[in-house]
Design a protein. Structure first.
Length: 87
């Protein structure tokens, strides 16, 4: 089973996690601005090194939906809104 689908104690939450505020305040959230991948893995390593445990529940709490417009229209909308400049 891939880490994204494993239930129980795990080593990272891969963007699908809810964290205790005290844990994040202790270790920092996605603190490495130069890390452009594996941010959740890095966070999991730092949390576990500080004694925190990560646990995935066997429930889905969020449903993600895609956009109903084509990719070009979405790109134009993101450009006009300033969304692309934020990245």
């Amino acid at each position: 089973i891939s880490p994204e689908n494993r239930i129980g104690e795990i080593d990272r939450l891969n963007g699908g996690g809810l964290y205790r505020r005290t844990a994040i305040e202790q270790v920092g959230y996605l603190s490495d601005r130069n890390l452009h991948g594996y941010e959740e893995f890095d966070l999991g390593v730092r949390l576990r090194a500080s004694g925190w445990r990560l646990h995935r529940l066997d429930r889905s709490f969020v449903r993600h939906f895609g956009h109903a417009i084509n990719a070009y229209a979405l790109l134009v909308r993101r450009w006009k809104s300033g969304y692309l400049r934020g990245i």
